[in-house]
Design a protein around this ligand. Structure first.
Ligand code: G1P
Length: 304
């Protein structure tokens, strides 16, 4: 029933400057794979056939990444790098990909508005381009939401519990738990202070939305950070119609902040067959070595 996904990837990535001055944050790699590739792969594994990426200024690398590169293919072919060649081709064959550019940086809510024409009144999935979500079972979180949508026929937002002192980083929801893990929402608030947060259930970067959202977005004034917030539009929506949240069983890797980015890289490296052993040994070494000794050694290194 849901065949389209929208991936907003238009943010300026200020938390990652200077790395994001001339490249999109969604292209930051986890080892050797750009974050947005994980996101597109989740959409594909969920059964999505058509992906619209909302890009902006300086985001051309995203389109290039999912496009064919004949020059690179010829080069790899000539040197008989068959595995790499297959990988590179697979990326461009993943899915039918479209893109539209957000003209001004006016927030996530505004970015979603650019999808209106493309989704053409159908319900659609939204996957934030800077967040990797891994499910605890073999069904990707987007697919879980799609299946729930078939039951409730209303927007559904993936949420997860976060520590109280982190609520101000996220959209926070409040509602009634109608079934285990499923909430009917009465309030959503974008990045509240810990004192004002109604719960510690945070919006996790995956949504199923219906075309009704566009009407609410149109009338949503700028909110937090002076931006048009999707959370605010969903809050108004929840006052007029049913909106649900689903507490995910899984892990969210927020690539939008530096420490989580680092942790993600380390975790993913420790899972890679080609790296895990050496990398684990290296980490053990680094952690075991007393700090003082490392300093001394650095200081006594011969000068060039
Ligand atoms: C956005 C949403 C927020 C959500 C978060 C998840 O915030 O506005 O509601 O909790 O993504 O990563 P951003 O990270 O763009 O500031």
């Amino acid at each position: 029933m849901i065949s389209k996904a929208v991936i907003p990837a238009a943010g300026l990535g200020t938390r990652f400057l200077p790395a994001t001055k001339a490249q999109p944050k969604e292209m930051l790699p986890i080892i050797d794979t750009p974050v947005i590739q994980f996101v597109v792969e989740e959409a594909v594994r969920s059964g999505i056939e058509d992906v619209l990426i909302i890009t902006g200024r300086g985001k051309r690398a995203i389109n290039d990444h999912f496009d064919r590169s004949f020059e690179l293919e010829a080069y790899l072919n000539q040197r008989e790098h068959h595995d790499l060649l297959r990988q590179i081709r697979n990326i461009s064959e993943l899915v039918e990909l479209f893109s539209v550019r957000q003209k001004e940086q006016r927030g996530l809510g505004d970015a979603i508005r650019y999808a209106q024409q493309h989704v053409n009144n159908e319900p659609f999935a939204v996957l934030l381009g800077d967040t990797i979500v891994e499910s605890d079972n073999d069904k990707p979180v987007t697919q879980q939401l799609m299946h729930l949508y078939a039951d409730v026929r209303a927007p559904i937002i993936a949420v997860e519990e976060v520590p109280r002192d982190k609520v101000s980083r996220y959209g926070i929801i409040a509602g009634k738990e109608v079934e285990k893990g499923l909430y009917r929402l009465d309030r959503l608030v974008e990045k509240p202070s810990p004192e004002k947060a109604p719960t510690n259930l945070a919006i996790a970067g995956r949504y199923i939305l219906t075309a009704q959202i566009f009407g609410y977005l149109e009338h949503t004034p700028p909110g937090k950070l002076g931006e048009i917030q999707l959370t605010d539009a969903l809050n108004t929506m929840a006052r007029h119609e049913q909106v649900y949240a689903w507490r995910i069983a899984g892990r969210r890797y927020d690539i939008g902040n530096r420490l989580d980015y680092l942790k993600t890289t380390v975790e993913f490296a420790l899972r890679r067959k080609d790296l895990a052993e050496d990398f684990r040994a290296f980490l053990r070494d680094v952690l075991r070595e007393p700090r003082g000794r490392r300093k001394t050694r650095a200081r006594s290194a011969p000068r060039k």
